[in-house]
Every structure is written in structure tokens, then in C-alpha cells.
Ligand binder design. Structure first.
Ligand code: NJP
Length: 238
């Protein structure tokens, strides 16, 4: 309650649920993704569930550092602080290809969004999170732990993201940094990928993120945790 939460990739899927959960829990939320009209829709959806919520929308492409920086500044200008940053924006192609047949630009685009996007988000948010002794949460993937055929770009990006979060924790002792690993989630991204079996809901990931930033789970700093916990409704009341 009363926290300021910045979410990337908040236009749909897991990011939208995360923003909605926080708003329902009494936080002020900053929604970012690339399209203003979509963000406006998400804002309206959040306000229908949590009419008193403070919701700021800022169009951002996470691969563009100045855009991320501008959004973080807008958040701090509006709310005066930043307590929780969730780097959630992510990209996977429905049909990945073997490295030998891959288009290089397409391969690096996944790294750009998933890894560089998280770098850009961390770099802009960390000074503010240090001030508030806040949380930096990156949405990784359970896939980081596997070797799946034709999955090199996505898996490597999420593998690197885990180590990136360890560095964030190492270099910023006052910030609680964690990587959260959803399983196969029923979102646009999840449903497009034939390798996923689509068992989990975006709400499950959102509940996990909310729990991790509730003050009850600080011991995970620098580590990754699975989002496959059955936390239920109870944890939405922090
Ligand atoms: O994906 P989806 P999820 N700049 O496609 C945004 C991870 N994960 O919710 O700009 C800024 O519904 C995009 O916004 P827009 C996954 O790797 C998932 O499933 O409007 N934003 C949208 O809001 C990812 O890190 C599964 O297109 C950009 C959001 O990202 C996170 O969960 C399993 C952007 C994507 O929404 C959320 O994925 C797993 C950019 N350049 C991990 N590019 C799963 N679904 O099964 C994209 O283990 N976005």
C-alpha cells in the first residue's frame, strides 16, 4: 500500500496482471509499453477494478535507453519516489530457428528486448530504488534452465538475465533484486510458442511478484524463484 511501482511490458499478459495486482493492493502504478492507446485501455481496466488507484501511462520501447529514462523520470516527477521496478517486457518468436539458419538481426532482437531492455530499465531505476531500499524484479523464464532445440536466443537472453540480476544485487546491496521464472503461461507470448504446454496463468506470476515484494521474502535477493507457487488470493492483501 502506498508504494510506487514501475512495470515494463504492462500492455498485456503478465505485465498487465502485475500492474493490476499492485493497483488493487493500493500501490501507484506506472504502466509502460510501446503503444499509448493500449496503455490507455489497460489503465481503464485497472480503474474499473481499483477506482482509487493512481495510474500513470508512458509509452516506452525498452530497447531505447532515453525512453526508459524519460519514463522513470516521469514516474518520480509524478509520485516522488520509486519503490518497485518490474522489468517484464519480453520477446520470443513463435518459431525459433537453429543458429545456422537464423537471421542475425532477428536473433539479436530477442537479446535487445529481453536483456538490453532489462539493462536499460535497471540503469534508470536503480538510483531511485537505492534511495527507497526498493525492489528490482526481472521476469526471467523457467526456460533459462533448459536446452530446447532452436531456442538459443530466448534461452540465452533469460540465462544472462539471471546473472544480470545477481550483479544488480551485488552492486546494490540496499536494493532487493530478484528474477522470477514463470512456467508456460497463457499469454500472447506463451500461446504462440508451440513448445509451451500453457498450464499457468498470468495471475500466478503476478501473485508471486507481489509476494516477493511484500517484505516477507527478502532472503531471495540476487536469486531466481519459480512463479509456480500457489499463493492464491491471500497474498494480494499485503
Ligand atoms: O508476453 P506478452 P508475456 N519495448 O507477449 C512488451 C516472460 N515469460 O506476458 O510494446 C517495450 O503477452 C509488450 O508490449 P507492446 C516473457 O519472456 C513468459 O507472456 O505493447 N515493451 C507486452 O506488454 C516476458 O519477459 C512466459 O508490444 C515491449 C509485453 O512486453 C514476460 O514473461 C513464460 C517491447 C509482452 O507481453 C512477459 O511475457 C516464461 C519493447 N521493445 C517467461 N517488446 C509465457 N508467457 O509462457 C515487447 O517463462 N514489449
Amino acid at each position: 500500500k502506498g508504494k510506487v511501482v514501475f512495470v515494463t511490458g504492462a500492455s498485456r499478459g503478465i505485465g498487465k496482471e502485475i500492474a493490476t495486482f499492485y493497483a488493487q493492493a493500493g500501490a501507484s502504478v506506472v504502466l509502460t509499453a510501446r503503444n499509448q492507446a493500449t496503455l490507455d485501455d489497460v489503465r481503464a481496466s485497472i480503474l474499473s477494478l481499483a477506482p482509487a488507484a493512481e495510474v500513470l501511462t508512458v509509452p516506452v520501447d525498452v530497447t531505447q535507453p532515453e525512453q526508459v529514462q524519460g519514463a522513470v523520470k516521469a514516474a518520480v516527477d509524478r509520485f516522488g519516489r520509486l519503490d518497485i521496478c518490474v522489468s517484464n517486457a519480453g520477446l520470443v518468436y513463435p518459431a525459433d530457428r537453429p543458429i545456422a539458419k537464423e537471421d542475425a538481426d532477428r536473433w539479436w532482437k530477442v537479446m535487445e528486448v529481453n536483456l538490453r531492455g532489462t539493462f536499460n530499465t535497471a540503469q534508470s531505476a536503480l538510483p531511485h530504488l537505492s534511495e527507497t531500499k526498493g525492489y528490482f524484479i526481472a521476469i526471467g523464464s523457467a526456460a533459462a534452465q533448459y536446452l530446447l532445440p532452436n531456442g538459443s536466443a530466448y534461452i540465452l537472453s533469460k540465462h544472462a538475465l539471471n546473472r544480470f540480476v545477481e550483479f544488480v544485487a551485488l552492486e546494490n546491496p540496499s536494493v532487493k533484486a530478484m528474477s522470477v521464472h514463470p512456467g508456460a503461461v497463457m499469454t500472447a507470448l506463451g500461446m504462440e510458442n508451440p513448445q509451451f504446454s500453457h498450464e499457468d496463468t498470468a495471475q500466478l506470476s503476478a501473485a508471486t511478484v507481489l509476494y516477493l515484494t511484500s517484505g516477507k521474502a527478502d532472503w531471495f535477493s540476487g536469486r531466481y524463484v519459480s512463479a509456480n507457487w500457489d499463493l492464491g488470493e491471500v497474498e494480494r492483501d499485503w
